[in-house]
Design a protein around this ligand. Structure first.
Ligand code: HCA
Ligand code: CU
Length: 382
């Protein structure tokens, strides 16, 4: 797709940007919180292998949910995958003990730090929250675990208190902190401030960003957080998760590779298959217009689009579909023009001259049948 995007890429350049953005995929933890989603142990193991092969940095799973989540966690940890397996639980000794018993080397513990979470969910005061957070980190460190502390609902927490908790877990030895937008209330510029504020309070401790898509801003918010210094985005395949989910793996990985141009070892061409795998294993079906992996993501329909795409697909595509495991399709129907009609005739083994192609296009319009035919179009045309 040589340089059709080069001027856009200049606008996208950041004066001082991240040098790498990592991905933690939480399909096996957050993803299973999506209504109707429940994987079998075998499916979890397969998904972990595929995510590892794809090249994510960390894979999150919660062994504390049920016996079979625990079994899956144990087995996945024993596979010796390249990605870190991060075992997720509450900031409680009993959860950490269960995580330790699975043979984990990484854990993530969460604790609500907003007033609404402390008052109405946990029924604890601020001092108790700090002591639970610190106690959990110390307990995990005493067992030799690496630990990420999640300041759950951090975007809605009192900022002074948030800074206090984050500094306390840093001092207790936390290896990472996750800054979530648990209820999905942030705007991208707010995310930048939120991350910058915590960074100022705690220094260079690496930060994860975990953002919910309640208003459709999750991807933008995750990227904004990284521009402000977070270095790891939480994703799930197809974006599944609690309520409306979190950023989709395909979109985050593609943005990192193509839009930021940052180094990575992602096998982006697996994205289509990964998406279809989740379609097959859950009742949640990918929308046809889902970015990158949806069946319409590389379909072209209007006459002017067809003419341009037949000459050079870059005219209406951000990247080649094969790069993300998808394919390009030409839609013939009422909107097709002369170029599309000539191509259609060619696909059928006919040679249409200019006038015939025009008549064919007019005929398609007159039929008023909507989209009557879809034909794949590869990168090499004859
Ligand atoms: C949850 C909350 C969480 C945690 C995120 C994280 C959130 O469902 O347990 O651990 O980084 O959205 O705050 O998913
Ligand atoms: Cu979440």
């Amino acid at each position: 797709m040589e340089d059709a995007n080069r001027h856009a890429a200049r606008y996208n350049e950041l004066p001082a940007g991240p040098s790498r953005i990592r991905i933690l995929d939480s399909t096996l933890r957050e993803g299973e919180q999506h209504p109707g989603v429940s994987f079998s142990v075998k499916q979890r193991i397969q998904i972990a292998w595929e995510l590892d092969h794809f090249g994510v940095d960390q894979i999150e799973i919660s062994p504390v949910i049920s016996e079979d989540h625990e079994a899956a966690t144990r087995t996945i940890i024993r596979q010796g995958l390249a990605a870190d397996i991060v075992a997720h639980g509450r900031a409680l000794r009993e959860d950490i003990d269960r995580i330790v018993s699975c043979g984990a080397s990484w854990c993530a513990v969460y604790l609500g730090v907003s007033d609404v979470h402390m008052r109405d969910k946990l029924r604890i005061g601020r001092d108790e929250a700090v002591s639970r957070a610190v106690g959990a980190v110390e307990h995990a460190k005493a067992h030799g675990l690496k630990i990420r502390f999640t300041a759950e609902d951090g975007s809605r927490a009192n900022p002074k208190f948030l800074a206090r908790v984050c500094a306390a877990v840093r001092d207790a030895g936390a290896d990472r902190i996750s800054l979530p937008d648990t209820a999905g209330v942030m705007l991208p510029h707010g995310m930048r401030r939120y991350v910058a504020f915590v960074r100022e309070a705690i220094g260079g401790l690496p930060l994860d960003v975990h953002v919910h898509n309640d208003v459709g801003l999750a991807l933008a918010n995750a990227l904004a957080a990284c521009e402000a210094g977070a270095d790891q985005i939480h994703t799930t395949i197809n974006g599944i998760g609690e309520r409306t989910g979190i950023p989709a793996l395909a979109e985050v990985a593609t943005a990192i590779h193509y839009l930021y141009g940052l180094p990575n070892s992602f096998h982006l061409d697996m994205l289509g298959d990964l998406s279809r795998l989740i379609d097959a294993y859950t009742p949640v079906k990918t929308h046809e217009s889902a970015p990158l992996v949806g069946s319409s993501a590389f379909k072209h329909k209007a006459g002017t689009h067809l003419a341009a795409v037949l000459a050079n697909p870059a005219a209406y595509e951000p990247i080649p579909p094969s790069a993300v495991g998808n394919r390009r399709t030409i839609v013939f129907g009422e909107l097709a023009g002369r170029a599309g009609a000539a191509h259609l005739a060619g696909v059928l083994g006919l040679r249409a001259d200019d006038a015939q192609a025009r008549r064919l296009a007019a005929g398609l319009k007159a039929l008023r049948m909507g989209d009557i035919l879809e034909v794949p179009l590869g990168d090499r045309r004859t």
